[in-house]
Design a protein around this ligand. Structure first.
Ligand SMILES: [Zn+2]
Length: 467
């Protein structure tokens, strides 16, 4: 557990008392209408030119962005959430927008965050499978292909094959592992096997295999007739044979018999998708001259960190949901910054709430992100240095109305303790302000390069310009 040093500096005042009633009203000092911690910071800054080591902190509230919602008076969740921390960054710093999803690519967190770490996804992205494989510590040889492999529930209905459940009812990990091991015992070869993971999420490794066939994310096929997708596996008979053997094992497996008795969805098929070979990412430190660390509960982000040879930090109690250990992530980040120049803190909670279509939960997740990550970071970072740069953003929008990711540009804010010393006004950090700002980056790598004050390599600039 990272040590916590109490030092004079910034203290975040007590909770925002009027949270519910005063939605939109931030934690201010009545006389100056300014968040108290900023006053201390300002006094500090006005006095001294920052002298500490330069540190870069990227904060990603996954899926935080949204469309305007009638229920909220045509405001967005970000606009109505209580965010004095993000508003402080916006009131002193720079707000803008960024096209994190390259044209024609699917708006996945892995695509967006690969770009936000400075790696152009349109060149480097090879699929979700290999990233998740690295998150699990699976090393891939150049000729290997990794597939994300879900345990799913399929239903035959007349001549249709229906995707009943992309997660086999969020099957528990223990049962899932037993099923995966039974499949490997019967169908596994020196070429193909499944590496067990968590609940319905597993990794199929095909050594020397092919990654070219068309596969489909099962969560996009819920309730649909998926014969077309199932038949697409015919293109790779070796893989199809493995899938059919797996289905035979699952059909008569006692765990599924038991699930049937308990009226739980049976895990009666495997569904490999999102395949690819290991992306070849230049080590982060070599590429940017910065020692980088990643903090997230989500495999995709951890996998990206591992592939970029960054330090991947596991924080106890990080869940990927609303109950995650927000402060713990900040504490570990502060410790990491003692030996690193850059740290990414990723919070999944807003995205999970959005996929559930739960507006109240999304707003709460953003409140928590601001209070327990942004404001807490502002309180703690000054213990380490007075010379830092923060980029806060979301990786993609996950609008509540569609419950999935959108390719629209994302809002971001950059605050620099050295450069941004003058308040520009009472600015509310939200999509509207971001889209109205002239500051726009057509790609993640261009935003990242601007954030860490390091140019993109010439060949990358040419590529981006050619787009
Ligand atoms: Zn995401």
């Amino acid at each position: 557990m990272p040590k916590k040093k109490k030092q004079e500096g910034v203290e975040v005042e007590a909770e925002v008392k009027t949270q519910k009633k005063g939605r939109g009203k931030s934690q201010v000092d009545e006389t100056t209408k300014e968040p108290t911690q900023t006053k201390v910071l300002k006094k500090k800054r006005e006095k001294l030119e920052p002298t500490g080591p330069r540190k870069y902190i990227m904060l990603i509230g996954d899926g935080m962005g949204d469309f305007m919602i009638k229920e909220l008076g045509w405001k967005t969740p970000l606009e109505v959430a209580i965010t004095p921390g993000l508003d402080f960054l916006a009131s002193y710093g720079e707000v803008g927008s960024c096209q994190t999803i390259p044209h024609g690519m699917h708006p996945g967190s892995d695509v967006a965050i690969m770009g936000l770490l400075g790696y152009p996804p349109e060149e480097k992205y090879t699929g979700r499978g290999p990233i998740e494989a690295y998150a699990r510590g699976i090393e891939l040889k150049p000729e290997d292909v990794a597939y994300r492999c879900n345990l799913v529930t399929l239903r035959l209905e007349g001549d249709e094959l229906i995707m009943e459940d992309y997660s086999a009812g969020h099957i528990d990990t223990e049962s899932a592992i037993e099923l995966i091991e039974a499949i490997n015992r019967v169908a596994g070869t020196d070429k193909v096997e499944i590496v067990p993971g968590v609940s319905y999420r597993h990794i199929l490794i095909w050594r020397g295999g092919s990654g070219g066939l068309q596969t489909y994310p099962p969560h996009d096929l819920i309730g649909k007739n998926v014969w077309f997708a199932f038949q697409a596996y015919d293109e790779e008979p070796y893989l199809k044979e493995f899938i059919l053997k797996a289905i035979a094992v699952l059909e008569k497996h006692p765990i599924n018999q038991q699930r049937k008795l308990e009226n739980k969805p049976v895990a009666n098929a495997i569904w490999p998708w999102g395949q690819g070979r290991a992306p070849d990412l230049e080590p982060f430190e070599e590429k940017w001259g910065l020692k980088g660390a990643v903090i997230s509960a989500v495999d995709l982000i951890k996998g990206l960190g591992r592939l970029a040879k960054m330090t991947v930090i596991d924080v106890p109690g990080a869940t990927g949901y609303i109950d995650t250990n927000y402060e713990g992530k900040v504490d570990y980040a502060i410790s990491a910054l003692e030996t690193h120049d850059f740290v990414l803190i990723h919070v999944e909670a807003p995205d999970e709430a959005s996929h559930e279509g739960n507006l109240e939960l999304k707003i709460k997740a953003i409140d928590e992100f601001d209070r327990r990550v942004v404001r807490y970071l502002l309180e703690r970072i000054v213990e380490l240095t007075d010379n830092y740069r923060i980029l806060a953003c979301c990786d993609h929008l996950t609008p509540i109305s569609i419950r999935t990711h959108s390719t629209k540009p994302v809002p971001f804010v950059i605050y620099d303790s050295k450069l941004h010393t003058k308040k520009k006004g009472d600015i509310k950090f939200c999509e509207r302000v971001a889209y109205e700002s002239p500051l726009y980056f057509p790609s993640g790598p261009e935003l990242f390069s601007y954030f860490i004050e390091r140019p993109l390599k010439s060949e990358e600039v040419a590529e981006h310009a050619g787009r």
